[in-house]
Design a protein around this ligand. Structure first.
Ligand code: 1CP
Length: 344
């Protein structure tokens, strides 16, 4: 039954009359239903630690827009929190770590990752899976080892992650040790999500954009590839499709294909990506600039039709944005966009 869903068909690189649709950050602050629940929690992670609430939030965009896939409601920073770095979300500041990694000893002394400490996430997965219509697949996810390392060293979000770049240049061996520890944790975490009911996995390399081509391979893609290899070689996760989102990566199409992901989620400004090279090798997702949703319906229509034309003959295209929906977007525009794609 679930195998007949158009999302899983597209991930198997089947050509479809209408692409499956879901949106990055489809559950979030742009929805009034989300804000109504969010106001009951001071700390965002406390909300993520409540599996019933996560279930309700993950279902909100499915109910509102009849999307073709649901995504687990959680955050990528659950893993650093489980390593004891104590993540808090501060209003208008984003994530702030109480115990960031400041010196090399902090990496040696990291407590071992216990996948059971994130049981609240797996419970949310099971709740969502049990509540979703049986033909709608559920996406589990994690941050890439590099993106998690960047937040853990920087201790917060940043435009350029200067502190992190300085740290890895001064201590490359310890940086690699941290990345290996995070890769092992991501594997155990994703395997548990699949055991709990996730049908698909997405890896978010949201800070791929701050590395040059060589460092991107050395500090990020190398670890994404070992994570994907481990998942493909494990009997529980071997058949689960894996989507990789890398934000604006400074690299060739070939090096993205070399990660062994089953699907690449394209950032909105990735115009150098060679679609023909990807054909029949990998599925593709995304690429629409989310900012277009702040414009008029006519402007949305023009850009969306352009994008659908671009991927018209591509076997295995999933409609999505090139990054997440932002809080300033009006839900009516999301509804309009979804109908536009289905009517094309
Ligand atoms: O106060 C609030 O309501 C918090 C807003 C919010 C939400 C709704 C955050 C804080 N995280 C989330 C949920 C979330 N995060 C989901 C599930 C919801 C869905 O997609 O429908 C997912 C998949 C994520 C993943 C995530 N978290 C990423 C990767 C995707 C991307 O946008 O690149 C990243 C980078 C984060 C970190 C994060 N979480 C939240 C904030 C403010 C940040 C920092 C962003 C930054 O550094 O700029």
């Amino acid at each position: 039954m679930i195998d007949d869903s158009i999302f899983l068909k597209a991930l198997r690189k089947e050509k479809l009359p209408v692409p499956p649709i879901w949106y990055m950050r489809q559950a979030g602050r742009y929805m009034p239903e989300y804000r109504a629940v969010r106001k009951n929690f001071k700390n965002f992670l406390d909300m993520c630690k409540n599996p019933e609430v996560c279930c309700e939030l993950a279902l909100q965009p499915i109910d509102a827009f009849k999307l073709d896939a649901a995504i687990l409601f959680s955050d990528i920073l659950t893993i650093p929190d489980a390593f004891g770095l104590e993540v808090q979300f501060i209003e208008n500041e984003g994530p702030v770590f109480q115990n960031p990694i400041e010196k090399v000893d902090d990496i040696d002394n990291l407590m071992p990752f216990d996948p059971e400490s994130l049981s609240y996430v797996y419970e949310a997965v099971t709740n969502i899976k049990n509540t979703l219509p049986s033909n709608i697949p559920l996406i589990g996810f994690c941050g890439s080892p590099w993106t998690l390392a960047a937040y853990s060293i920087e201790g917060r979000s940043s435009k350029d992650f200067k502190k992190t770049i300085g740290f890895i240049k001064e201590n490359p061996d310890k940086a690699h040790l941290l990345l290996s520890k995070l890769t092992d944790a991501c594997f155990l975490y994703l395997r548990k999500q699949v055991q709990a009911g996730a049908d698909v996995i997405q890896i978010f390399d949201s800070w791929a954009n701050i590395l040059d081509a060589e460092d991107l391979n050395n500090y990020s893609f190398q670890y994404i590839k070992s994570l994907i290899d481990a998942l493909k070689n494990d009997s529980i996760t071997s058949n689960i499709p894996i989507i990789l989102f890398a934000r604006d990566p400074k690299c060739s199409t070939e090096s993205l294909l070399d990660t062994s992901a089953d699907c690449l989620s394209l950032y909105w400004s990735m115009n150098n990506f060679n679609i023909r090279l990807a054909e029949n090798k990998i599925a593709l997702q995304g690429n629409l600039d989310p900012k277009i949703l702040l414009e008029s319906e006519n402007a949305i229509k023009k850009e969306t039709h352009k994008l659908l034309e671009k991927f018209k003959d591509f076997p295995g295209y999933i409609f999505n944005l090139g990054h997440g929906l932002t809080p300033d977007i009006c839900p009516n525009k999301v509804k309009y966009l979804t109908e536009l794609v289905r009517d094309y």
